[in-house]
Ligand binder design. Structure first.
Ligand SMILES: Nc1ncnc2c1ncn2[C@@H]1O[C@H](COP(=O)(O)OP(=O)(O)OP(=O)(O)O)[C@@H](O)[C@H]1O
Length: 251
């Protein structure tokens, strides 16, 4: 199966501590992959190495076959890798719809020419409304971003990410800090993106029921190392995983 992103011996150490240790994985295009592992296993660091926030001490990252190890975060975003927390430009004092439309506009780097402006405005507004539909924020399109609840803000962050039109979406614990009532909506948002079928999603998540329900394959990290990779059944049946992680994880 064609891989969208691949790592070879990916390693990073902070001082003496090896946070990600010789991880070689191939992540197939259009499959839903989750990365699990106990606290401190190296999941977020692994994402940082994929998105370019960190450079590996050793090892390589390939995106669609191209060696991107030396590329910056901005270059990787341009190539099609989208990471949720990269989106810092949510403007609190404009509406939800305007935020998403502006993000689309900046993606397209449109020059404001008055004659063409109306055509683009309509096109971008339609795309923004479609994205808001995907993230279940249509009803809040005209609300000021500042007035959103915590759960709605997370949805807007995902919307801003979708506005970049990434081929690969890296979602790092999208339900973190959410109330239990807000979790099903985020799950529905992820399912909507999955259903649209044009993006590959990699999810870091502690909620095992969510991981098992969404994933085609699961990568297990433990002490920075790749402990296992397989479909949900294989991972649940894997004795090493049970001993190292699932049995011992309470979060
Ligand atoms: N910038 C850094 N400097 C020093 N140590 C770091 C740095 N970033 C991460 N670490 C260490 O690397 C290890 C892996 O951290 P990481 O955040 O990747 O784990 P995680 O699996 O995402 O954990 P969690 O589930 O708690 O988010 C931890 O021991 C952490 O303290």
């Amino acid at each position: 199966m064609e891989s969208i992103i691949e790592t070879k011996d990916l390693t990073i150490s902070f001082g003496g501590h090896i946070a990600v240790n010789q991880v070689s994985v191939s992540i197939p295009r259009n499959l839903f992959t989750s990365v699990i592992g106990p606290n401190g296993a190296g999941k977020t660091t692994f994402f940082n190495l994929l998105s370019g926030q960190l450079n590996p001490t050793v090892g390589k990252v390939f995106f669609k076959g191209e060696n991107i190890t030396k590329k910056s975060t901005v270059e990787r975003t341009r190539l099609g890798i989208g990471r949720s927390f990269q989106i810092t430009n949510v403007f609190p004092n404009i509406t939800v719809l305007e935020n998403v439309r502006l993000a689309i506009q900046s993606r397209e780097k449109v020059r404001f020419q008055m004659i063409r402006h109306f055509t683009y405005y309509k096109k971008f507004t339609e795309e923004a409304l479609n994205i808001l539909n995907t993230v279940l924020l249509s009803k809040r399109a005209n609300a000021l971003a500042a007035n959103l609840s915590h759960g709605e803000k997370r949805k807007l962050e995902i919307a801003m990410l979708l506005a970049l039109d990434p081929e690969l979406l890296l979602l790092d614990e999208p339900t973190a800090g959410m109330s239990l009532e807000e979790v099903p909506a985020i799950l529905e948002v992820i399912e909507n993106i999955k259903k649209e079928g044009n993006r590959t999603i990699i999810l870091i998540e502690h909620k095992m029921d969510m991981v098992l329900g969404l994933s085609d394959q699961i990568i297990v990290l433990y002490n920075g190392e790749l402990l296992a990779q397989g479909n949900p059944e294989e991972i649940m049946d894997n004795e090493t995983v049970q001993t190292a992680y699932i049995g011992g994880e309470s979060k």
